[in-house]
Design a protein around this ligand. Sequence first.
Ligand SMILES: [Zn+2]
Ligand SMILES: [Zn+2]
Length: 299
Amino acid sequence: MKFQNPKGILSVIFVYGIIFSEYYVFVFHYLPYRYNNNNSLSTIFIVIEFTLIYLMIHWAYIQAQIQSPGHPSPHLANNYQEHTLQEIKNRTKKHSEIIQKKRKQKLMKKYELAIDEEDEIFDIIQAIQLDSYCFKCQNVKQPRTHHCKECNKCILRMDHHCPWVNNCIGMNNHRFFCQFIFYALLCMSQCFIFITIELLGDTQLKANSKFLCQICAFTCLLLCLSMGTLLAFHLYHIAKNITTVEFHIEEMKTDNPFQKSKIIDNFKELFGSDYIYWILPLTDNLSNKTKIRNDSFEL
Ligand SMILES: [Zn+2]
Ligand SMILES: [Zn+2]
């Protein structure tokens, strides 16, 4: 398993601890009690179903951690003619200077701005559709590629760097990240509903089990609220074909050049055209996805 940042192992251990403790309380404290109270057949079914969801969480979580988010080809810049490369470098410098300058002036709400005395217009929507240059990686950045400071690498269709996954979330592992949240949400909401109904009734749970169930229900409620919001945020933006990085660009919300007319096509860009990959965190090749340009060079 490849961890991008050794310090991030603590975050990952914390997440595993939370998931396991919820599973432990539900399966080893609540369900045996339920089994002994004339619900034996349905309880066996719940154990199997719950354990399958629990395994799906781990599968998706591990995939999100170990799968590369996607990086530009390391020798991409070599495929460009020298003068084209110089143009890309100059353009990138110019754009970053303009953005920095306007940020300082707190004028980022409006992106079409005149450059100094020249009557030249800088249009951010046009700029983000062009190749740019990463001076840290010394390589060309295709559109939607961003340099992650944590990973110190350029990430294709970068969404965000996730400390809880200890990996960048980009083109190739955004799907696993969403699946992880989805299955975790399914697991936690089930825990919360069953245990809360039990605790609100005339429960005969033993004191220690009852205490653990109360803590479990409370943490599951908090996790459901936070993960539900997070999943809704991601699904909404995938439907709009906008990344978390791009979400902070005001103009992208009204003039997104990457958005396809059909919502399903926006989802297919990340989840693939084969629906089995929407459900299972299987590793696939990029054949099912809309490929990121790797051949955008002159010969
Ligand atoms: Zn870079
Ligand atoms: Zn990163």
